[in-house]
Design a protein around this ligand. Structure first.
Ligand code: HEC
Ligand code: HEC
Length: 264
């Protein structure tokens, strides 16, 4: 994970605390319609995202295409052999994850679904979370749904997992005792340090972050937000993060998939 030095952390926490204190009881409209992080980005960052040649995230799409067509071992099948062409083979699928795995009895995200294909259908080892390969394939599959509305299944067996994700979103944590909702519901549109606080939507992920100088998963962003309030981040791929991802997707239902988005 990305870890900043303690000095940076102390300064950052102080600035966040002051920013929040100054904002006092400010409260954005809770019933506001979902808005993408794109709408809170600067024109320069938006232009970079919109231009396929300037968007650095497209490098992962290209890496994903190469992996898509390559069998994991000699004589084995590639993703393409079972799922069709790299451009549209799984179009629409990326907009519907996380999704219940009937066999595992819990929701899994796209990274985990891809790794199940590796282990169950390709007799190949799972990729490490946040590895270049897993990011590339996840980005490619989500990119195949670009422009399609986020739409996750939250009824029936998924309901308790959604509830758990919502509880996580609303629970205060860390040295600053702040919940996700306190920033991403209550001070949307306000400035915190050099950022404009967005609704914390997931429709652009995996996303290229200029500050990371690389592309990162949804869970890496969750870790960064935990870290920003002095809370212990969970491991990438943790069940609680998958539930959170499900809730965040549901909260942003209808937003178009932007993967790979560019963010500051
Ligand atoms: C040998 C055939 C096979 C190969 C190779 C394969 N898959 Fe799959 N994949 C499946 C099957 C079958 C399913 C349906 C779920 C199941 O039965 O496991 C599936 C499901 C999926 C899904 C979820 C689809 C949905 O509608 O929810 C994704 C995403 C996916 N595969 C991605 C990949 C990627 C990426 C690769 C290459 C790394 C890959 N698969 C390789 C057979 C394969
Ligand atoms: C102290 C305020 C604060 C808290 C608390 C916080 N975040 Fe964030 N978050 C930010 C800032 C600042 C950014 C970067 C600018 C933006 O998109 O809001 C951000 C970005 C994000 C993004 C990326 C949005 C995009 O479009 O790129 C997501 C998703 C997110 N946060 C989710 C969460 C979740 C989930 C939690 C709780 C675990 C959380 N945040 C807690 C301040 C916060």
């Amino acid at each position: 994970m990305i870890v900043a030095g303690n000095r940076w952390r102390a300064r950052c926490l102080l600035a966040l605390a002051c920013g929040l204190a100054a904002l006092g009881g400010a409260r954005a409209d809770d019933a506001a319609a979902p808005r993408s992080g794109y709408q809170f980005s600067s024109p320069m960052v938006r232009e970079m995202q919109d231009d396929a040649f300037a968007n650095p995230g497209m490098l992962w799409v290209a890496k994903g295409r190469a992996l898509w067509d390559t069998p994991a071992r000699a004589g084995g099948k590639s993703c393409a052999a079972c799922h069709g062409g790299a451009e549209t083979g799984l179009a629409g699928v990326g907009a519907r994850y996380p999704r219940m795995s009937p066999r595992l009895g819990k929701p899994i995200n796209l990274e985990q679904r891809i790794n199940l294909c590796r282990t169950e259908h390709m007799q190949a080892p799972a990729y490490a979370y946040e590895s270049d390969e897993l990011l590339a394939l996840t980005t490619l599959v989500r990119h195949q749904s670009r422009g399609q509305p986020v739409s996750v299944e939250v009824d029936g067996a998924a309901a308790p997992f959604l509830a758990s994700g919502k509880a996580f979103f609303e629970a205060r944590r860390g040295a600053m005792n702040l919940a996700c909702s306190q920033c991403h519901d209550r001070i949307v549109g306000k400035s915190l340090r050099d950022d404009v606080v967005s609704q914390g939507q997931s429709n652009g992920f995996p996303a290229y972050r200029l500050r990371w100088q690389t592309l990162g998963s949804m869970h890496l962003r969750f870790q960064a937000c935990n870290f920003a309030v002095g809370a212990e981040p969970l491991p990438l791929g943790d069940d609680d993060y998958v539930n959170l991802e499900l809730y965040v997707a549901w909260r942003g239902r209808g937003l178009p998939i932007e993967t790979p988005a560019v963010r500051r």
